[in-house]
Design a protein around this ligand. Structure first.
Ligand code: SF4
Length: 352
């Protein structure tokens, strides 16, 4: 059994994570939660893109109250992100949060943590126990050689989990995060052997769309590829919709999800006779509206090698001089004028 399947099942609103459930895709709003309209608009855009769980920050009472209104207008569970103030965690749960994310290390005394746990218990709300490498306790830094280590992060997370379990609650999800991809991977390998709570996986502060996608793909690829992880967030300094698109492609590439259109395109070379780079980008944008289909689409730069190289694609186009080819599973279907390549491909995708 994979470590993923060996985890307990946790219900976050109507979404189950852990056990045999699919790895769920999350993101986080970057709106002010107090601004109900902006937050609802963003969540609805994220839902459309494929987001399954959304996190909103709850730094004020107004934000906690806003959760109630937001929940009535969206369709996916909401996780309240809490820092420092235990009263916000309680207010968020009283206003319908489907899960809360806390770092017990910054909530304060055990009495305050107990108050949060008691409230979670009475509302049956799961708690995500989050530990970041940036806030690792000094004693754990010293214990492991004077610097932040995967071992230290894991020990910190397990201490906090035990604290909450000892308070009589085990409806928990664990997240251990580091912006150091290899340290983050190592930490997940270590913790997967030591707990049955589901794991929320992500590379924190991964950067812009470019660097964040590379770091997240490597990190999540290494972790999920070992059968570890039950829900993911790709963190990008970008529109959160980009996080969903990336998460879906990572899961699809790892064979953990089907659905959606995968675009394969050639890197171009001296044989390329059309503006393939623009065409490939146009196709990538075009296919976003056909997310309910499960297809591989090829965009190739020449009619000589293109059809053969696109053999595994369900449908594709290969560009020539002034005209191109429509190809299906590597077979040439017909010639198409260059200006009609995109519209022809769209029409074919619609038929499939
Ligand atoms: S498909 Fe044609 S244009 Fe594209 S890389 Fe291969 S040979 Fe070059």
């Amino acid at each position: 059994m994979l470590p993923r399947e060996n985890t307990k099942v946790v219900n976050i609103g109507n979404v189950k994570i852990g056990g045999n459930n699919p790895v769920a895709i999350q993101s986080m709003c970057n709106t002010k939660t107090e601004d109900v309209k902006a937050t609802v608009d963003q969540i609805l855009r994220l839902e459309k893109a494929g987001c399954e769980i959304i996190r909103c920050t709850v730094p004020t009472n107004e934000a906690a109250l806003a959760l109630k209104e937001i929940k009535q207008q969206v369709h996916i569970p909401i996780v309240a992100d809490i820092h420092f103030d235990y009263k916000m965690a309680i207010a968020a749960m009283e206003n319908g949060a489907d899960k809360i994310r806390i770092n017990p290390g910054n909530i304060g005394s055990n009495e305050k943590i107990q108050a949060v746990v008691d409230c979670a218990k009475s509302h049956n709300v799961p708690i995500r126990v989050g530990v970041n490498s940036g806030s690792l306790e000094k004693d754990l830094i010293e214990k492991y050689g004077g610097h932040v280590t995967a071992e230290g992060i894991v020990e910190s997370a397990l201490q906090k989990v035990k604290l909450i379990e000892d308070m009589g609650y085990d409806n928990l999800v664990i997240s251990i995060k580091s912006s150091d991809v290899l340290m983050c991977t190592r930490a997940h390998e270590l913790i997967a052997d030591k707990t049955r709570h589901p794991l929320h996986v992500g590379i924190t502060e991964a950067g812009t769309v470019w660097s964040g996608n590379i770091k997240s793909s490597i990190g999540l690829g290494l972790i999920l590829g070992q059968g570890i992880g039950n829900t993911i967030r790709v963190s990008l300094s970008a529109d959160p919709v980009e996080e969903i698109k990336s998460a879906k492609l990572i899961l699809r590439t790892l064979g953990l999800r089907t659905g959606g259109i995968e675009v394969v395109s050639c890197p171009t070379c001296g044989r390329t006779n059309i503006d393939l780079i623009s065409l490939a980008n146009e196709v990538q944008t075009l296919v976003e509206e056909y997310d309910y289909k499960n297809l591989k689409v090829a965009v190739m730069g020449c009619v000589v090698n293109g059809p053969g190289e696109a053999k595994e694609a369900d449908i594709g186009i290969a560009g020539g001089k002034g005209e191109g080819l429509l190809i299906k599973k590597g077979e040439i279907i017909r010639k198409v004028p260059e200006a009609e390549l995109l519209s022809t491909l769209k029409a074919e995708i619609e038929k499939m």
